[in-house]
Design a protein. Structure first.
Length: 656
């Protein structure tokens, strides 16, 4: 027993050490970039916006909304829900942090707790690294609950879970397939934990939603979380109107049409909230009156306490060189300020009561993993925790929601990309709890085996290579092509007609005969880019648009940040361009992949992480066009097998 305890403590210490390393790496990377690059350079990268003027346009959920704009339009990676730093041009000297609530081509709206006067004229906004999440993970590890400890004991093999017993249930969602029903049945019958392995397009969120509804039906209180706000929103979408649910987190990070699910909304529509509003309005009215009197700042009060000022004012006496009028004015300020504080304290007290009532009555609480640490649910006892995207969350992250319930269910796909870890030293953090548990206790898991995303031909290689050939295509997607969408055969001539044939779903464009095929590296960058591939992608996109394919149906993926940058300079903002990591969990009718790597050494860099290949190949629904140097890629066994598959089942087009 002592040995087990020591191993557990040693592992927790290691997690904390790795977290600290990763936290430092993230903050250092952000601050180093701010230090190294000018504001203009950061704006070009999409991580800053300069020369903005702001005006307060309203208030929402206790935050002031400031609309920052300028006449010249900007292109930026800063999006709704992002944390930003407001400064007068020196971001490292500022601590004014807000959340973006709205974004246009010439403006962003930021929610701020307070708005200093300087923050409204000629300011700069920077994308900001968030330290709160790290603090929450650390605090949770410092005081890990019994449930959290048990989860780690399972992961380390110090404890064995009970086998799940299938439970009969009447599904709310009658469209569930056999594997989805079996997953729900076993999850309901699990005593400790259950893992829902959901490969691409197999409906893991749909399955999780059914599980949550069944748990609520049998009287459970459920905590449902995910690593990203988008994934939490997807769960809310599936559960909204079917259970009493509350969505935690900053309202600005929630999709607009789901605002009604937020705790803030529930508080504002509560019958008692009118009292809070009245108290705050009265406090604001008194603040305006108070601000007409002299504020007793240290320089003016000359060592006099509040009580001494009030006594002197009552007796009409002067003291320490202060006139009677000045003393009376300060006394009035103190009296009003005390009254204001009483009103605000009372408002807070009622608001806390409302929050407790809302949380108590909710059957399902939803949040990101990090927000599960919020005080609102600190003492709430949950029967089960459900975590979506569990394979994209580190162990310290999933332990936050897991620590709050007796049992847990994780859903994810450990064959796709793990959490992104910046520090090489902390790479061990990328091994997830889901991965550890499914390797040790495969009987406590169920793989969903019917995919509803893509044409069967596109599914076949990843199914065979990564999922033991167990995946099946649903009839609804088995033979889908671009022809079904009315896309007609192109008439551009060779090789474009072969590449863009709407009936052909799988194409590889091979650049290995082209003299200018080589990758390159920018000065000071660890990333890679390939100008020839960027040019080819540009031509493919241009011709697809000429074929009347809507831009929103096309996605461009590449493993490298610098290639994303180069592609955007070639193609512009016409279609969505992102890294493989950025496309995880997403899909498009047409996906174009630029593999980038082309060198005489056969060096594939991080393309050798086959989870990246699996993720890239499984985003397309009707057509996948891959561009790469087959000679370089085929030096790796799996890429060679993929190229052979394309030759046999799709179309391999050699350029040059």
């Amino acid at each position: 027993m002592k040995t087990c305890l020591k191993e557990l403590q040693r592992y927790i210490r290691k997690l904390k050490r790795l977290l600290e390393i990763e936290r430092k790496a993230e903050i250092d990377a952000m601050r180093e970039e701010m230090r190294k690059l000018s504001g203009e350079q950061r704006e070009r990268l999409g991580r800053a916006i300069l020369n903005l003027n702001g005006k307060i346009i309203g208030q929402e959920f206790g935050y002031k909304l400031v609309k920052y704009g300028r006449s010249k339009p900007f292109k930026t990676e800063i999006g709704v829900g992002d944390l930003v730093l407001i400064s007068k041009g020196e971001p490292l000297a500022s601590d004014l942090v807000g959340v973006v609530t709205e974004k246009g081509s010439r403006f962003v709206v930021v929610a701020l707790e307070s708005v200093p006067k300087w923050a409204l004229k000629n300011v700069r906004i920077d994308l900001y690294a968030n330290d709160v999440t790290f603090r929450r993970m650390m605090e949770n590890l410092d005081s890990l609950s019994e449930s959290g400890i048990r989860a780690l004991e399972f992961a380390l093999g110090l404890r064995k879970p009970e086998m799940p017993e299938p439970i009969d249930f009447e599904p709310f969602d009658e469209g569930l397939n056999e594997s989805q029903r079996e997953a729900v049945s076993l999850a309901l019958g699990s005593k400790d934990f259950f893992l829902i392995h959901g490969p691409f397009g197999t409906g893991k969120t749909r399955t999780l939603a059914e599980f949550v509804l069944q748990e609520v039906k049998r009287g459970s209180k459920v905590l449902a979380t995910a690593e990203s706000n988008v994934a939490v929103d997807n769960l809310v979408e599936r559960l909204f109107g079917k259970v009493r649910l509350v969505r935690l987190g900053h309202p600005s990070r929630v999709s607009k049409h789901l605002k009604q699910s937020t705790l803030s909304y529930h508080v504002e529509v509560h019958p008692k909230f009118g009292d809070v509003k009245k108290l705050r309005e009265e406090a604001e009215r008194l603040m305006k009156i108070r601000d007409g009197y002299v504020k007793p700042i240290p320089q003016l009060r000359r060592g006099l306490s509040d009580e001494e000022i009030l006594r002197l004012a009552k007796s009409g006496r002067r003291a320490r060189g202060l006139s009677v009028e000045r003393i009376k004015s300060m006394a009035k300020w103190i009296e009003l300020n005390r009254r204001i504080q009483e009103l605000l304290d009372k408002a807070k007290e009622i608001e806390d009561e409302i929050v407790r009532d809302v949380i108590d009555r909710a059957q399902v609480i939803l949040s990101t993993n990090s927000s599960a640490a919020l005080d609102f649910i600190k003492d709430v006892e949950f029967d089960v925790t459900v975590v979506d995207e569990a394979t994209q969350a580190t162990i310290p992250s999933v332990l936050i929601p897991i620590s709050k319930a007796k049992r847990f269910v994780l859903a994810g796909d450990h064959k796709q990309l793990p959490p992104t870890i910046l520090s090489e030293e902390a790479k061990e953090l990328s091994e997830t709890l889901f991965e550890k548990l499914i390797e040790r206790f495969p009987r406590n898991s169920k793989m969903l085996d019917v995919q509803y995303r893509m044409n069967e031909k596109l599914m076949r290689f990843p199914s065979k290579e990564f999922y033991g050939g167990k995946l099946k295509s649903d009839e609804s997607v088995k033979g889908i092509t671009l022809s079904d969408l009315g896309v007609e055969k192109p008439k551009f001539g060779s090789p474009w007609d072969e590449i863009l044939d709407p009936k052909e779903v799988l194409v590889f464009v091979d650049t290995s005969n082209c003299p200018n095929r080589w990758e390159r590296q920018r000065k000071g960058s660890l990333s890679r880019e390939n100008p020839l591939e960027a040019e080819i992608v540009g031509e493919i996109v241009e011709r697809l648009l000429e074929m009347k394919v809507k831009a929103k149906l096309i996605g461009v993926i590449t493993p490298y940040d610098d290639q994303v940058d180069l592609l955007r300079s070639v193609i512009g903002e016409t279609v969505e361009i992102s890294t493989v990591d950025g496309y995880q969990g997403r899909e498009k009718e047409i996906i174009i992949i630029s593999f980038v790597r082309s060198n005489k050494d056969g060096d594939l860099g991080f393309l050798k992480d086959l989870r990246r290949l699996n993720t890239a190949l499984t985003r397309a629904k009707r057509k996948l066009i891959c561009i790469g140097d087959a000679e370089t890629l085929s030096l790796h066994e799996t890429y060679r097998k993929f190229l052979e598959f394309v030759k046999a089942e799709g179309r391999l087009v050699k350029l040059c």
